[in-house]
Design a protein around this ligand. Sequence first.
Ligand code: AMP
Ligand code: ZN
Length: 139
Amino acid sequence: MNADCIFCKIVNDQMPSARVYDDAQAIAFLDIAPVAKGHVLVIPRSHYDPITATPDEILAHLISVVKRVAAAQVDALGANGINVSQANGRCAGQVVPHIHFHVIPRFDGGADHEKWTSKRYTDTHEMESFAKNIRAALK
Ligand code: AMP
Ligand code: ZN
């Protein structure tokens, strides 16, 4: 636990999140500023950063959760494609220094797949309904 880290606070329920998955090593929750609605972040419970300082067994586990989340986005949201992204360092666009994988559902006809443009959920009800659908598909 890093006291200054917002993702450690989310792990420890000191900050709210729309959680879609958790296990002994990892959790997954909706990105608050999604590139597409249903955009999920997969993070380890323990604070590691960057990828080069993260143990191989943690990375292997995280990528297996990423795979399951992607399958749930296809099943629950009807995603036609998925982007997986992971940034290290400010110059790479990283804002939160606790390793995380972005899992972004993509849809046929979407024109902006090359851009990283954040969107907003209409309200917390809409956000929770996306989380609920993905959560159900992960069971
Ligand atoms: P990165 O730029 O790769 O570090 O991504 C950090 C991501 O965390 C951004 O896409 C933010 O929208 C997201 N984020 C920041 N704070 C929160 C939060 N409290 N709950 C959910 N997502 C968050
Ligand atoms: Zn942390």
